[in-house]
Design a protein around this ligand. Structure first.
Ligand code: LLP
Length: 406
């Protein structure tokens, strides 16, 4: 935790809040581009594509930067496909990874020539009925799951995702029945790993399955690449080591079988660290011996701490210079939502604050704005981008009351 720091070392938080309002999401273009490049350089295998998992953040201006860096995208809904096309992604650079979607959503993708991944026998039937003869990708549930919280483990026996290995025979039958060709296999075992072992094990398993599908031309290992939310304690994911191990796995497989396109689907890794959330302290109080710092950031603006008990580093930026002094006891940082669970940080050592001080919640570029809501009829905040030449640009205005009911 740092006391009084510029946003991305570039601009004063109060200047931004005065100009654009509070709360405010702020993004840094240089970091975003850097993370895109790190993922693109993960392996040197020639037919390798990085498909940004846009659910992490669909701001069209950020999507444009990601497209400019040469990444493709995945989509979970017509809304995401729509925004991606707005950002200039052509349909051949989009994959619709549906889960329990209605036929109309598949039709939206079909009408635009977007490749579809289905993740149940029933969804494969639906696609077969509305688009017989098509190419299709199967999302496999490899029986291995991983993730930072039970709610984000997306493979294994207890999750709703993917086609179980035992059902693959039936999947082949359905595809044959509708004259469909299974040209891709994908999976996503879960979100946020900082050690690559489970990712590698699952990738190996998926390649093993691909060996039994001679028509498969593309294998997608999914996302999940973590970032160190706890700056002092957690180590960065060792991308060099993971890349080498992945590369070895792929090369070995290709030597025995055939060339295949390899894809990965990082969401968080691409955008998380390029975003911070700024807010203002609105109230300070002592409630029966507990110290509460009230601010204008509730779980309507950032839900991760409430939904997954996620930890984000917090910086306090005083309204005017003061000497640093920490509270005698750990503090609770609470938002304005009418629920007792609206707590951003539990029992955290924080500096003595005053009303009007700014706070900066770090690493909120992924699953921040994307998961924000209008709960309590609060308004979605603005988003601004600090460009590479340090210009500041509004990339989405804050909502106004009329947005709640025109
Ligand atoms: N591919 C698929 C099919 C996915 O379901 C996901 C995430 C990703 C890729 C990207 O995963 P990532 O690289 O971002 O870990 N809201 C949660 C994370 C939910 C992730 C859901 N699926 C959070 O804030 O931690």
């Amino acid at each position: 935790m740092v006391y009084g720091q510029k946003v991305f070392g570039k601009i004063d938080a109060h200047t931004l809040l005065d100009e654009y309002g509070s709360p405010l999401y702020v993004y840094d273009e240089s970091i975003l581009r850097q993370r895109c490049r790190e993922m693109k350089n993960l392996i040197s295998y020639q037919d390798f594509k990085v498909s940004y998992s846009a659910k992490a953040n669909t701001n069209v201006e950020l999507l444009r930067i990601i497209r400019d860096e040469g990444l493709d995208v995945d989509a979970m809904s017509p809304g995401e496909m729509y925004l991606e096309m707005k950002a200039g992604f052509t349909p051949d650079r989009i994959m619709f990874v549906g889960n329990n979607v209605p036929a109309e959503e598949m039709q939206y993708a079909i009408d635009r020539g977007i490749y579809i991944s289905v993740d149940s026998l029933s969804q494969l039937e639906t696609l077969g009925r509305i688009h017989p003869g098509s190419n299709v990708c199967l999302r496999i549930n490899p029986g291995i799951g991983a993730g930072h919280h039970e709610k984000v483990i997306t493979a294994g026996k207890k999750t709703k995702f993917g086609i179980a290995i035992d059902d693959l025979k039936e999947a082949r039958n359905i595809a044959r029945h509708y004259n469909m060709t299974i040209t891709g296999l994908n999976h996503h075992i879960g979100s946020l790993f900082l050690e690559g072992d489970e990712y590698l094990a699952a990738a190996e398993e998926l390649l093993g399955i691909a060996a039994t599908f001679p028509t498969v031309e593309m294998v997608d290992f999914g996302g999940g690449f973590g970032i160190p939310y706890r700056h002092q304690v957690e180590k960065r994911l060792d991308l060099i080591r993971l890349g080498q191990q992945l590369e070895a796995l792929i090369k070995e497989w290709v030597a025995v079988h055939r060339p295949v396109q390899i894809r990965i689907e990082p969401g968080r890794y691409i955008v998380a660290e390029s975003g911070v959330l700024l807010g203002r302290i609105t109230a300070i109080k002592e409630n029966y011996g507990n110290h509460f710092i009230g601010c204008d950031i509730g779980f309507n603006t950032l839900i991760r701490p409430v939904m997954y008990d996620s930890y984000h580093e917090i910086t306090v930026i005083p309204a005017e210079p003061r000497t640093y002094k920490e509270y005698q006891q750990p503090a609770f940082l609470a938002g304005p939502i009418c629920e007792s669970g609206d707590i951003l940080a539990h029992g955290r050592p924080l500096p003595v604050c005053q009303e009007g001080d700014a706070i900066m919640i770090h690493d909120t570029g992924a699953y921040g704005y994307a998961m924000a809501s209008n709960y309590n009829s609060r308004l979605l905040p603005a988003e601004v981008l600090i460009s590479q030449d340090r210009n500041i640009r509004l990339i989405r205005p804050a909502q106004t009351l009329e947005d709640l009911w025109p």
